[in-house]
Write a protein that binds this ligand. Structure first.
Ligand code: NAD
Length: 367
């Protein structure tokens, strides 16, 4: 990967400063956000809106009532971005485009639905071309730590993954390979066509307003929900996927949105994949203990060794982000999980009381 190493080498020479947001943007520049009915892009829409950006176009293929967050004053469209014509419509007049649309979920989803995950390549392929043709100034792509070589993640006490560890490539089947190919599209749109692209490799993101049941949820939300259910039903047992020794780092949503903004407005990071994740390593067993503490309950653990468990260990090496942005995701896991738990508990109670909550209605295979 000549492009990556060249830009990285150049970046080393420059000293980073913590960025203030949008150095070059006007408040009425049009920002387009794909996947905005989902967790991270929904939060990103709120983030930009909260910073006074007056023209935001939020897009998702889910029907509007199923979006986690709908922000007043934001143009919200239900469009399937795997279709070329919809991408052209989405990018009309855009100054910046953020692609966070993907058919994805936690381990249970990405191990079972590899074809759906691979098909997300259509979204980035069509959206980046439409963005280029529309003369977009900056294009952001949400990649994943699943793009890293799985051979390096066989030990729960793994060394943290640094950006160069994606090659030689042996990404997570399906989901990880789609991310790696889409990253390459982003790099080539800069190298061949001069469009500024930005690529963050997210490590597990969690927080309120995300999937917490239905099969696509990730470990922090799933464990919170199981603790809440156990308290509610009085069945003091919790099923943990695998032996519980798998380790991960988890990034709180507010760090994620801030990181996306900083990365997309950093000239040193054009077409350069960078980790965006916490470097606080947590085992699944520790995650369960923290959720139990928050819920004020102790549960009997049952380990399901047949369940999907993913790689043995994965952490984010934040050397590069600290060097270039002089920043890294900082929210302590316990603090972020307490907020997430409180939100899921409210959703749980509301649903039980028959109040409207956002359900994950949209199923795999519906592409
Ligand atoms: P999410 O499932 O909550 O949101 C993704 C959204 O994309 C969904 O609302 C979905 O309806 C939408 N979408 C799917 N196909 C679409 C299409 N063809 N057209 C328009 N919209 C479509 O997931 P998220 O957690 O918010 O993830 C956002 C991005 O971040 C994804 O690219 C994901 O791969 C990446 N990522 C997330 C995590 C994480 O921990 N959540 C980790 C690594 C990478």
């Amino acid at each position: 990967m000549e492009i990556l190493s060249g830009l990285e080498a150049e970046s080393v020479l420059r000293k980073g400063m913590e960025m203030s947001t949008q150095p070059t943007m006007k408040k009425d520049d049009l920002i387009v956000i794909g996947g905005a009915g989902g967790f991270i892009a929904g939060a990103l829409t709120c983030y930009f809106h909260g910073r006074g950006f007056t023209r935001i176009r939020a897009i998702d293929k889910k029907p509007l009532p199923d979006w986690y967050q709908r922000v007043p004053g934001v143009e919200s469209l239900c469009l399937d971005l795997s279709e070329r014509a919809n991408c052209v419509r989405a990018c009309e007049g855009a100054v910046e485009v953020y692609n966070l649309a993907a058919d994805m979920g936690g381990m249970g989803f990405i191990e079972r639905f590899r074809i759906e995950c691979l098909r997300s390549i259509l979204i980035n392929t069509n959206l980046i071309e439409a963005a280029y043709r529309a003369g977009v100034q900056r294009y952001f792509f949400s990649s994943s730590a699943c793009a890293y070589n799985t051979e390096l993640q066989k030990d729960p006490h793994c060394r943290a993954l640094k950006e160069s560890d994606a090659y030689p490539a042996m990404a997570e089947r399906g989901y990880g390979w789609e991310k790696l190919m889409s990253e390459m599209f982003c790099q080539e749109y800069w190298a061949e066509r001069g469009m500024k692209t930005f690529i963050a490799r997210f490590h597990n993101v969690y927080g309120p307003n995300g999937t917490w049941d239905g099969g696509r949820e990730k470990a922090p939300a799933a464990i919170c929900r199981k603790v809440i259910e156990a308290k509610d039903t009085g069945n003091k047992e919790i099923v943990v996927w695998g032996e519980g020794t798998q380790t991960r780092s988890f990034m709180y949503i507010d760090d994620c949105t801030k990181g996306i903004d900083m990365i997309t407005h950093c000239e040193d990071l054009i077409a350069t994949p960078i980790n965006l994740g916490s470097s606080e390593l947590i085992s699944i067993n520790e995650l369960v203990s923290i959720a139990e503490e928050i819920g004020g309950i102790k549960l009997q653990r049952k380990y399901d060794l047949t369940a999907p468990r993913g790689v043995a260990g994965r952490n984010s090496d934040n050397t590069m982000i600290k060097r270039i942005l002089n920043w890294e995701p900082k929210t302590p896991f316990r603090e972020g999980l307490a907020k997430t738990y409180a939100w899921i508990e409210q959703q749980y109670q509301d649903r039980k009381a028959g109040k409207a909550t956002v359900r994950e209605n949209y199923q795999a295979g519906g592409a």
